[in-house]
Write a protein of this length. Structure first.
Length: 84
């Protein structure tokens, strides 16, 4: 469910990239797929970690995001987790 841009990102990908947990919850209540993959195979969880939005990433995990989905480069979401 949900519109996608030319890169395959959903509104949930954008909310995750922005770290907006309120919007994440609203979108999930509205039926957005928590594990939707864009054209690079990234889920919103991948994007949250890639953008350094750890709070949003942990929130997605708490809401049931799959931590084992690999993107097109073979990386799980936590690969993008900032160190330190």
């Amino acid at each position: 469910m949900g519109a996608r841009n030319q890169k395959g990102n959903t509104l949930l990908h954008f909310a995750a990239a922005d770290g907006n947990v309120i919007l994440i919850d609203s979108l999930l209540r509205g039926g957005q797929e928590i594990n939707a993959q864009n054209k690079r195979g990234q889920t919103p969880l991948h994007v949250a970690y890639e953008e350094g939005k750890v709070e949003a990433a942990l929130h997605l995990i708490g809401r049931g995001a799959d931590t084992n989905i690999r993107d097109d480069d073979g990386n799980v979401p936590s690969y993008h987790q900032p160190c330190g």
